[in-house]
Design a protein around this ligand. Structure first.
Ligand code: ZN
Ligand code: ZN
Ligand code: FE
Length: 747
């Protein structure tokens, strides 16, 4: 007969990270029992606490398996293990949680539906068969339903639905997959979906089935999802797509597509291994992929398409009921407003856009858009940090000070440092619109409330731009708000992500617009220094005068007029250039008279100028459009390699020669794709030249321009792993807030 080995050792294990609300305790419970250990597990202030006792080799096995295979949704930050006194427990149990004093516990981002729930959803024998709010501890909403911490049902938007006896049994059983799954529900006790159509209201399965049918018939539907409403229509119905563009006032900006499954994604776009991983990753983001199929009106003049897989049970149900295999799924709003997430607001705002609303009863606590990512040879790029990502910890800082950073006015996102951990909010958007500004204020107070931060004791930091709305709020919150220069914050965001406080680096910050130390608009800046000692601007793009204020950013031709004023330009209104005469002449006039012109070092605007020369002579309808167009044009180049020449002299990156070469090439009939490529390659060479002159081994690149995957490829070819870029943050202004915190923390 086998005898139980003697209980000789005990260990206390503390685990921090995203470990609550993700099935960690039941997992530990099962694992401890499997390993034949006694003791307990509980949710503590900073994560999960475990006491295990047994023989030494069993404890070893337990620790090994805990590290190697944590629950799928958990994100372990730190594991601390210490020897403890053996207390001879007779069993292993899940203990009642300790009262939280400071909620430093991390809220899990929303999770996509898991495989077990998917099987139950389509199992006719299961009591949640076809139930759109099915979930378990391994999946389902988190951040989007939490009203306050700690995370338990009474503080979520599920508080209004008391569990039925069957759900409660699962909820209370440590061996059940739904043990303490806060949003657990079933058709008997939980919320449902409803659809109002032709004066009648359909509920539950009938509503979803009808919605799928309406989509097949070419209707535009507003569909309530996890973090807000989507506007959906058949992606292969050009009439529906055109109607959606018209009703939403969205001219050309690409729509995202939700594909029924991976096979369908492959029909639409090129999917390599890295792309598949991203598509199936926990964030289930919109993944930008090379398009294979042209879906009329979905991504006009774009060889890339944004595709995502279903992530909520409702999405799977729509496809199950034969909705079109590829659906446009775009944030429900008009042009640049924030996404609608409250039912009354959605009814009011979407009435003129959607033919019908498929409304779920579970309220959404806060808006969270879909995240956007792009796979790349040098690692995935996050372009929009939102659902499935927020509010994850993005960095650790040394200071224990509470710091609130408000980001910038474009692609706004907010960051909060609590006890040395920095949390980044979901993407908020552009703040010019009143409704977006309200969303911004709401997100700032929401983030502070969630972590019980009081502002009187905190440092508040914002961009140095005196006219930014985010800067104004910073000063409203605290008179002594700190400001951080835009491009230093970009460089700092990369260093902070890596915890590189002392590395001396050359920092390249290229973007569209940022307020400079001298009050002009910067955007082509090169720094030397470190996070701790500060970043000194040592070089920049040669300044240009651009005519017409904000309009310069909307009309590449207007931008081109400014840059071209520094070289011998031929008549640009004639072929092959064909610049619109009135706009170009007016720009030249402003430049000649020196009225309504501004000085800038913006590389974003330099991209616009080269785009105009290569043929993009109309107005842009979304930010970055001309630069994206130029990048895609360059990728279509298959000729001899060439690069335009930028000079680097005395801290100035001089574009004049490159500009002259591009103009001459165009006059001489060179393929615009070659011109676009030669510009990218020339700029990459110029960066390398500047880095050689400055001399640091380590190079850091951030700012909106580095969303350009071709430019990054060319840079990695030249610099290899000397180059650091953002990892889990966007390189655009969505990552500014972390840089602001990092620089404010060492001030
Ligand atoms: Zn599940
Ligand atoms: Zn129930
Ligand atoms: Fe920027």
């Amino acid at each position: 007969m086998l005898r139980e080995p003697a209980v000789t050792h005990a260990r206390r294990i503390s685990i921090s990270g995203v470990v609550q609300g993700v099935g960690f305790r039941p997992y530990v419970y099962r694992l401890a029992r499997e390993c034949g250990l006694h003791g307990w597990v509980l949710n503590a202030e900073r994560g999960v606490e475990i006491h295990v006792e047994g023989s030494e080799d069993r404890l070893e096995r337990f620790a090994r398996r805990l590290r190697a295979h944590p629950p799928p949704a958990a994100r372990i930050a730190v594991v601390e293990t210490a020897d403890a006194a053996v207390q001879h427990f007779g069993d292993f149990e899940i203990r009642i949680s300790q009262k939280h004093t400071i909620p430093t516990v991390r809220v899990s981002p929303d999770l996509p539906m898991c495989g077990d729930c998917l099987r139950e959803l389509f199992d006719p024998a299961d009591r949640r068969h076809l139930y759109p709010y099915i979930n378990c501890t391994n999946c389902g909403p988190r951040y989007s339903i939490v009203r306050s911490l700690p995370y338990d049902r009474a503080r979520t938007t599920m508080a209004a639905w008391p569990m039925c006896a069957a759900c409660l049994r699962e909820y209370e059983d440590p061996l059940d997959r739904r043990f303490h799954a806060q949003p657990v529900a079933c058709p008997a006790c939980g919320p449902q979906y409803a659809l109002e159509i032709d004066g009648e209201t359909l509920r539950a399965t009938a509503a979803i089935e009808r919605a799928a049918q309406l989509l097949c018939d070419g209707a535009i539907l507003a569909v309530k999802g996890i973090g807000g409403y989507h506007l959906a229509c058949d992606a292969r119905n050009a009439v529906a797509v055109a109607a959606l563009r018209e009703r939403k006032y969205r001219k050309e900006r690409p729509f995202a597509v939700m594909a029924r499954d991976l096979a369908e994604v492959r029909a639409i776009a090129e999917v390599d291994e890295a792309a598949r991983e991203l598509l199936e990753s926990v964030a289930r983001p919109i993944v930008l992929l090379p398009a294979r199929e042209t879906l009329d009106g979905v991504a006009p003049e774009n060889d890339e398409i944004g595709v995502m897989l279903p992530y909520a049970p409702l999405h799977h149900l729509l496809f199950y009921f034969d909705a079109p295999r590829a659906l446009v799924m775009t944030s429900a709003n008009r042009s640049s407003e924030p996404i609608a997430y409250e039912d009354d607001d959605a009814q009011a705002r979407l009435r003129g856009i959607a033919d019908a609303l498929l409304v779920g009863e579970r309220p959404i606590a806060r808006r969270v858009d879909d995240s956007v990512m792009r796979p790349a040879a040098f690692g995935a790029a996050v372009l929009r940090h939102a659902r499935g990502c927020a509010p994850q910890a993005v960095a650790q800082i040394e200071s224990r000070q509470t710091i609130l950073a408000l980001g910038g006015d474009l692609k706004n996102a907010i960051a909060l440092a609590v006890n040395g951990t920095v949390f980044l909010s979901q993407h908020v958007g552009d703040l010019e619109q009143r409704s977006a500004y309200d969303a911004f204020r709401q997100t700032a107070s929401d983030l502070c409330a969630m972590y019980e931060v009081s502002l009187p004791g905190a440092i508040v930091v914002s961009d140095a731009h005196p006219q930014y709305r985010s800067s104004a709020l910073a000063h409203e919150l605290r008179e002594d708000a700190v400001s951080v220069q835009h491009h230093r914050a970009h460089v700092a965001s990369v260093l902070a992500e890596r915890g590189a406080w002392d590395d001396r680096v050359t920092g390249i910050a290229f973007d569209g617009t940022g307020y400079g130390d001298d009050g002009t608009i910067w955007g082509g800046e090169i720094f030397d220094g470190s996070l701790r000692d500060g970043l000194k601007r040592v070089a920049h793009l040669r300044p240009a005068q651009l005519p017409g204020g904000d309009a310069a950013a909307r009309y590449p031709v207007q931008c081109a007029a400014g840059f071209l004023a520094q070289i011998d330009a031929p008549p640009m209104c004639e072929p092959p250039f064909g610049f619109p005469r009135e706009r170009y002449d007016r720009s030249r006039e402003m430049l000649a008279k020196n009225v309504r012109v501004f000085t800038t070092t913006s590389v974003g605007r330099l991209f616009d100028a080269f785009a105009a020369i290569a043929g993009f002579t109309r107005e842009i309808t979304f930010e970055g459009q001309a630069a994206m167009w130029l990048e895609h044009l360059a990728r279509s180049h298959h000729g001899a390699m060439a690069a335009y020449a930028f000079r680097f002299d005395d801290g100035e990156l001089d574009f004049r020669l490159a500009l002259q070469q591009a103009v001459n090439d165009r006059v001489n009939g060179r393929d615009p794709a070659e011109i676009a490529y030669a510009f990218h390659a020339g700029l990459a060479n110029a960066i390398v030249k500047a880095c050689e002159a400055i001399g640091n081994e380590r190079i850091v690149a951030s700012g909106g321009v580095f969303q350009n995957a071709l430019l990054l490829e060319l840079l990695f070819e030249r610099l290899g792993d000397r180059l650091w870029i953002n990892r889990s943050l966007p390189a655009n202004d969505g990552g500014l807030a972390l840089g602001q915190i990092a620089l404010a923390s060492v001030r």
